[in-house]
Write a protein that binds this ligand. Structure first.
Ligand code: NAG
Ligand code: NAG
Ligand code: NAG
Ligand code: NAG
Ligand code: NAG
Ligand code: NAG
Ligand code: NAG
Length: 476
């Protein structure tokens, strides 16, 4: 009873097929490395012809083991099934002859390990990654390895594009030089050991779940009092990982999804080609918002975004001085707010907070992403006259800004008065002209008749022109 190989294997599905006519445990190894909770079958058998019993000795386990002993194919066989490996130690199979004397035994050591393979995680900028099946051999009994192959999916690693980056090292592990994101995937190792029919196989994932690029943005804050004195704003983005920093190929800056070249006066925005910082000349509050530096990295398929904020305390744009409206008109006031982080808008009427729930004519809408920044009164009344203030409060700055507009409401007919005055004037004028014309015709007729009758000189003086009365203008 000597194991052919002192082979320690970290995976569970290994079947070493040796024609064991003598008593022995399969798999035929000294030690097996198992993960807690894993399952493993141990098969013990004894040659034909002998009469006796097969038995197992093993550490105290709390369940997770079943034993099935039978006589099959002319052999005594006993299977020890471990369904939930918890107890490490010696597992011994004993053959006792019928007369009770122990004849033979075989032992296998089960050792608890944390992982049954080494699955590295892709770290951007690492110079190498090692994928390992975790096979190790005891010092004295190195097995004869006939062949080791590593494949990615079904392609030999040497046949992959840039196959020269993949090397198999002295421990049969796969070493990927200068790993790239495209190298992520499942790799399979096949290790053929001399004298063992089935090659030892293991699958290793090269994962990319955690890719820490460590980009950190540097904010810029424009404060109220600085105003026009500030010549430029600088936003920075840099990776704390020197590997990543070295591999930056390009950078594009965006202001909240808009490329800086598409912003207003794009000449003011400059990216430094050495340290990728963004400089904004003559910065103003309307430039404020979230800026993103999008990096492309050598060997990486995905761009990396880094956030840097341009902060500015809230500002409200001036309204027109006043607004004159006519009763029943619709009133709309738009409050233009800038600043970042965004401020909250509240309206006041004559310094009292406007309560929209009191009056259904009054509604507030979102404007330019600012909630309640648009105030609409559907049908304005005299009582709506007053001073309207839009106030923007920033929680971040604990600061507010406001602007006020005066609203005046006029009578609905007010605009009609001048027009009505003109209309009246025209009507009166027409009436006068009409009456006069009628009279004149009548008189002319009478005079003609008289002249025909008397044929004497006429005493009447022709005084057709009369002064027009000024009807006046009541409208204002
Ligand atoms: C395996 O055994 C451990 C300890 O007895 C127990 O906590 C665990 O739930 C078991 N696992 C399974 C899959 O039965
Ligand atoms: C890979 O990169 C990570 C993060 O930068 C680092 O912690 C780790 O030691 C590196 N591994 C190797 C093999 O260089
Ligand atoms: C970036 O480079 C420019 C010019 O090379 C320099 O003036 C500036 O200070 C640098 N900024 C940072 C944050 O290193
Ligand atoms: C507005 O008026 C309603 C009803 O009178 C009241 O419940 C609510 O608290 C008021 N809201 C404000 C902001 O004053
Ligand atoms: C950024 O853009 C989104 C969508 O275009 C918009 O909803 C949001 O208000 C913008 N944020 C700022 C700070 O401009
Ligand atoms: C905000 O400012 C006011 C004075 O303008 C101050 O009383 C208050 O404590 C400040 N609040 C916070 C949270 O800093
Ligand atoms: C508007 O701002 C001024 C200071 O600029 C302040 O005195 C006033 O109370 C503010 N009004 C409102 C309604 O917040």
């Amino acid at each position: 009873m000597t194991p052919l190989l002192q082979l320690t294997i970290l995976t569970t599905f290994v079947v070493l097929s040796y024609g064991a006519e003598l008593l022995g445990i399969k798999p035929d190894v000294n030690e097996l490395l198992l993960k807690e909770g894993s399952s493993q079958n141990l098969e013990c058998s004894y040659g034909k012809g002998d009469i006796g019993t097969l038995d197992w000795d093993f550490p105290d386990t709390k369940g997770g083991i079943s034993i099935d002993t039978r006589f099959k194919d002319g052999q005594h066989k006993s299977d020890l099934k471990i369904t939930n490996f918890t107890a490490a130690g010696d597992y011994t199979c004993k053959f006792s002859s019928k007369d009770g004397a122990v004849v033979l035994s075989d032992v296998i050591i089960l050792t608890k390990v944390e992982e049954d393979k080494v699955e590295p995680i892709f770290h951007y900028g690492n110079t190498s990654a090692t994928l390992s099946c975790g096979i190790s051999w005891s010092k004295n009994n190195e097995p004869d390895i006939e062949k080791v192959t590593w494949k990615k999916e079904n392609t030999l690693v040497s046949a992959l594009p840039e196959g020269q980056r993949f090397k198999i090292d002295a421990t049969n592990s796969l070493v990927i030089q200068d790993p790239k994101q495209g190298d992520i995937g499942v790799y399979t190792a096949e290790i053929k050991i001399q004298g063992v029919d089935a090659p030892y196989k293991c699958k290793v994932s090269f994962k990319a779940e955690v890719v820490n690029y460590d980009f950190v943005g540097g904010d810029f804050t424009l404060m109220d009092k600085q105003g026009a004195d500030v010549k430029s704003a600088v936003l920075t983005c840099k990776s704390n990982n020197p590997n990543v920093q070295r591999k930056i190929e390009t950078v594009e800056w965006f202001m909240n999804n808009t490329h800086i070249s598409k912003l207003e006066k794009p000449d003011r925005f400059q990216v430094n080609p050495e340290n990728y910082t963004l400089t904004i000349d003559s910065p103003r509050c309307s430039d404020s918002g979230p800026y993103i530096a999008r990096f492309t990295l050598e060997g990486s398929t995905e761009a990396q975004d880094c956030l840097a904020n341009f902060k500015c305390s809230p500002k409200v744009k001036d309204f027109a001085k006043s607004k004159n409206l006519i009763e029943k008109d619709k009133m709309e006031l738009q409050c233009t707010v800038t600043g970042y982080p965004k401020a909250e808008v509240v309206w006041y009427k004559d310094s009292v907070p406007l309560n929209t729930s009191m009056d259904e004519r009054i509604e507030l809408f979102t404007l330019n992403g600012y909630k309640d920044a648009r105030l609409v009164i559907k049908s304005i009344e005299f009582s709506d006259e007053g001073e309207y203030t839009c106030s923007a409060y920033s929680d971040y700055f604990n600061q507010s800004a406001n602007k006020t507009i005066t609203v005046r409401v006029k009578d609905k007919l007010a605009a009609l008065w001048p027009f009505l005055g003109i209309v009246c004037e025209v009507i009166i004028l027409c009436t006068i002209i009409f009456i006069y014309e009628k009279r004149r015709n009548k008189r002319a007729e009478q005079e003609e008749n008289k002249a025909q009758e008397a044929d004497g000189p006429s005493m009447e003086k022709k005084d057709g022109l009369r002064h027009r009365g000024n009807s006046g203008n009541p409208g204002a």
